[in-house]
Design a protein around this ligand. Sequence first.
Ligand SMILES: [Zn+2]
Length: 122
Amino acid sequence: MHEYSLAIGLMESVLKTAEDNNAKIVNQISVRVGRIAHVNPVQLEFSLKSVSEGTLAENASYSFEYIDPEIKCICGYLGKPDEPEDDLDMLEYLVSLACPLCGKNVEVIGGTELVVESIDID
Ligand SMILES: [Zn+2]
């Protein structure tokens, strides 16, 4: 499962931050999830809980902040792409992203991130 390996990386950074700050417990973990990061938040939270077992973070609660995609075009357009159709596969959506102004291929500059925003420790 894709989310499981991502969760391992996120938890490593959480635990490293916690240890660097001499934490006894991690209460809360805030994660920024890009809407086109190709991550299922339910599976991600399940995976995070699973990989945190036996660690300082095993009883932590989670909050997820969803980041809208943002694109940049050589014509100068900077902003949101057109919304994906409901039945469109996310990978197809990503490769088909085009500028709403000129139709050229664009650079995705936001919405694909998956990072720990902050943690609350004691
Ligand atoms: Zn353009």
